[in-house]
Design a protein around this ligand. Structure first.
Ligand code: GDP
Length: 493
């Protein structure tokens, strides 16, 4: 009732501990303020006061410099005419454009990484609306837009690649930019109006200097950056010494960076929120416990008996789902006791319905040794990954979100889809290792509790920032470790 809802504690919950700004029109985006109600069992972590302060300050920056402001028009004009603004009259506002490409999980990891980089460098974040990024989510910043307007002068930015002459790496390589001054910014250098930051998997030795202090000092003076990554580059930002103090204040709990960024940024639109809540209310709400199982099979053959065996072995070994008794054996638990217990619900997400059908049959045809009833649910089975289809992406987002409402999560290693679900949930998952190939044995152990809920940065840099230090290893930077599922990847713990 309304009395309960207006208690300060309820308001605190509704805004996720101050993470979200108050005052948005609730009807335009139900998910923003209703998500707390659906997360009662799993409230998530509290944001630090400094993160809350910086988010509010960043919202002011987005409003003061974003599309529709005089500052934005001036900045676009300078970009069009190729002027950087220069050191003598620095531009009022600086911008970061984040290109959206590949799967939805990739796009969400890229956008959240871009938000953190924008906050660390006082840039306005503008997300490329391609690939449904403009349609799936509500506006995260009050009173402005996070979407790059269509009149952006660099009309071909979505085609920027490793070969683009204006990439930071190529400008370094071709001596159009230098960092010779070492730690001191380079005031007399003629800097370009924009630089393209290429952080895709094929990024070069020179592109990787993005993760170095000297280069960040130079980049600071370039008004427009256009960034391409399909990864969670945040562990790489922790390698930049100049960001460390601020990162420590923003995130005293290092393993919650994506958790907070994702809950801040990603509010499904009203249609998708309907998909989430109707499914949850119909199939999951009354369960005693909800176990999410995210099945992602990379490769053409989706239906693999070995992956099914891996799921069964993992969930039973980790006591997430009960084992069953052989057909014909007497039940262990008396029917009267059994009826009093609410079922355990398993939410399976996968491109195929094969795994959930098998699990469902198992728990129908056999009694469980614990006497528990197990219900198995899968919202959609899209059969294959599609690009540029709104309804396909809407289902993917609804399923990521439904997974994030679980009490325990089993994910498939290597999958950014699973990374997003675990981060939104605030749950450290059990990760199933990817078998080396289709004919290899079921991995042993079949899964392992991950080291943290953070996504893995799948393609981290290995250069050494001009010999000053080794760039990848938890020995240099506390809280950065190699990932379990991808041994060369980096993640925060
Ligand atoms: P990744 O490829 O596993 O890292 O995850 P991405 O989300 O980046 O890309 C995979 C895409 O395939 C998703 O965005 C969906 O479009 C689709 N997909 C993969 N698994 C599922 C699933 O379980 N459910 C749905 N609805 N779509 C899926």
């Amino acid at each position: 009732n309304s009395i309960v809802l207006h208690r300060p504690a309820a308001a605190h919950d509704k805004l996720l501990g101050g993470l979200l700004a108050d005052g948005f029109d609730e009807g335009s985006c139900h998910s923003r303020y209703q998500s707390a109600v659906y997360r009662r069992n799993n409230a998530g972590k509290e944001p630090s006061p400094h993160l809350v302060f910086r988010l509010r300050r960043h919202e002011e920056l987005q409003r003061g410099c974003g599309p529709g402001t005089v500052a934005y028009s001036n900045a676009v004009e300078s970009l069009r005419s190729g002027k950087s603004g220069g050191i003598v009259s620095p531009p009022e506002c600086r911008y970061l454009v984040s290109i959206s490409y590949r799967g939805l999980g990739n796009r969400m990891l890229a956008a959240s990484s871009a938000l953190l980089y924008a906050m660390l460098t006082d840039r306005v974040l503008l997300v490329d609306p391609s690939n449904e990024m403009g349609e799936l989510f509500c506006e995260p910043f009050p009173g402005t837009t996070w979407l790059l307007p269509p009149d952006f002068p660099l009309t071909n930015y979505t085609n920027f690649s490793v070969d683009t002459a204006e990439s930071y790496g190529n400008m370094l390589k071709n001596n159009m930019i230098t960092t010779d001054a070492g730690d001191v910014p380079t005031p007399h250098q003629q800097l370009p109006a924009f630089a393209y930051i290429h952080l895709d998997h094929d990024y070069t030795f020179h592109d990787k200097f993005f993760f170095c202090d000297d280069d960040q000092s130079v980049l600071r003076n370039i008004p427009w950056l256009v960034m391409r990554t399909d990864c969670y580059i945040v562990p790489g930002l922790f390698l930049v010494t100049g960001f460390q103090e601020e990162l420590d204040m923003l995130f005293p709990e290092t393993d919650t960076v994506f958790h907070h960024l994702a809950r801040y940024l990603f509010h499904p639109n009203n249609h998708i929120w309907g998909l989430v809540t109707r499914y949850y209310d119909a199939y999951l709400a009354t369960a005693r416990q909800r176990v999410g199982v995210q099945v992602r099979v990379f490769g053409a053959r989706q239906e693999s008996p070995k992956v099914l065996e891996q799921i069964t072995k993992c969930t039973q070994k980790e006591n997430l789902l009960p084992d069953v008794i052989a057909a014909g054996e007497p039940p262990v638990v008396a029917p009267a006791t059994r009826r009093r217990r609410k079922p355990k619900a398993v939410l399976v997400t996968s491109l195929t319905s094969w795994y959930s059908e098998k699990l469902k049959s198992t728990y129908w045809e056999h009694a469980t040794i614990t006497g528990e009833a197990v219900s198995v649910h899968q919202p959609s089975h899209e059969e294959y990954q599609r690009f540029g289809s709104g309804s396909h992406d809407a289902k993917a987002l609804a399923e990521m979100y439904l997974l994030s409402l679980s009490d325990a999560l089993v994910t498939s290693g290597w999958s950014t889809f699973g990374y997003v679900a675990q981060g939104l949930a605030g749950l450290t998952p059990w990760v199933m290792y990817k078998p080396a190939n289709e004919s290899s044995a079921v991995p042993d152990p079949p899964c392992r509790r991950d080291v943290s809920m953070e996504p893995c940065f799948l393609t981290p840099p290995y250069n050494n920032c001009r010999m000053k230090r080794s760039a990848h290893s938890g020995k240099v930077v506390a809280h950065v470790q190699n990932c379990h599922d991808v041994p060369w990847g980096l993640k925060l713990v």
